[in-house]
Each structure stands twice: as C-alpha cells, then as structure tokens.
Design a protein around this ligand. Structure first.
Ligand SMILES: Cc1cc2nc3c(=O)[nH]c(=O)nc-3n(C[C@H](O)[C@H](O)[C@H](O)COP(=O)(O)O)c2cc1C
Length: 160
C-alpha cells in the first residue's frame, strides 16, 4: 500500500477538527491541528489522539504528560489552518482567545467543546503515537456547529 494512495483514500473520511494543546519544556504553550480525536471510554473517562511521533506536539505531550483537545467551531477555519502550518510555532496562539485549563494546557474560550487530560498511555503505531488521555476536566463553552474536514477542504457543519 503506497502512502500517497492511502492518504487519498483516507481523505474521503470526513471528520471534525480539533487543536491539541500542550506545553513545551520551558513551559510555553504549543499545539497542532488534528482530526484523529476519538472518545475511547466513559469509565474511566478516556480519549485518544494519534500524533506524528516526530511532531513537536507529540514530543511535548510525552514530556509534559498533559494535553487538551479543543473542538473547533464552523467559523474556526483560520485557527485550523494556523495550527497545521509547518514552522509557525508559538505564534499559532496569536489568533483566538486562549486561557489555561487545570493541567496547564491551553483551551479556546469559544471552542464548541474541550477536554483537559493527563497522559494515561502512549502506544507506538508506525510513524504515529496513539496517545490515551485521562480526562480531568471538560466543557462545552459554545453551542455552535462544528468545523468539518473532508478531502482537504474545510466545511461549516451546518444542520440541514
Ligand atoms: C485537518 C487536519 C487534521 C490533521 N490531523 C492530524 C492528526 O490527527 N495527527 C497528526 O499528527 N497531524 C495531523 N495534522 C497535521 C498537523 O497539524 C501538522 O503536521 C502540524 O504542523 C504539526 O505541528 P507540530 O510539528 O508543531 O506539532 C492535521 C492537519 C490538518 C490540516
């Protein structure tokens, strides 16, 4: 299976869009756009994200042991693009109203939802790492339609 072909096939899977935030060694915040967010268990409350092992976010999540997952709203395309751009580093947080959750990870004031987690386990999976998070806190700050990603295109998830 050629990676380019598998990527094209998987691009047909529509997903929501999240920003995974964490802290770097010096305490500064870091984060990336992700679509691999999944609810795993209710008791105990577990979620997962699947992060490229060589990404700054994955390294920082492993070292800090904490992360938050921010579910983006239909009007957050600029944030989704910003947190996916390579090399944009700390200025990713220049857009959006960010505050700090219990673990120290950043949460977005007008996210559709967020969960704040401590790392429960990290499982290697090829060039990615499946990160399991134990949810310490969660909120639904804004009841709004979500941002959707399909075939490399952002959509506003408006109900029919
Ligand atoms: C819609 C979308 C979803 C993405 N989902 C993931 C994901 O689930 N896991 C991942 O490792 N990268 C994902 N990416 C790519 C990262 O956002 C991108 O590589 C980012 O620059 C990594 O930042 P970092 O190296 O500073 O951690 C996604 C990108 C986009 C646009």
């Amino acid at each position: 299976m050629h990676p380019t072909y598998l990527r094209a096939v998987m691009a047909q899977w529509a997903s929501g869009v999240v920003v995974v935030t964490t802290m770097r060694d010096g305490g500064e915040r870091h984060g990336m756009t992700a679509s691999s967010f999944t609810s795993v268990a209710l008791d105990p409350p577990l979620v997962s994200v699947c992060l490229a092992t060589d990404s700054t976010t994955c390294r920082s999540v492993r070292r800090s042991g904490v992360f938050a997952v921010n579910v983006l709203g239909h009007d957050h395309e600029d944030i989704g693009r910003r947190f996916a751009a390579s090399g944009s580093g700390s200025n990713r947080f220049d857009v959006g109203n960010w505050s700090t959750a219990t673990t120290g990870a950043a949460v977005l004031a007008d996210a559709v939802a967020w969960v704040d987690c401590v790392v429960a386990a990290c499982h290697p999976a090829g060039d990615h790492t499946i990160v399991l998070g134990l949810v310490r806190d969660a909120a639904t700050p804004r009841p709004a339609p979500p941002l959707i990603y399909h075939d490399r295109t952002y959509y506003e998830g408006i109900a029919r």
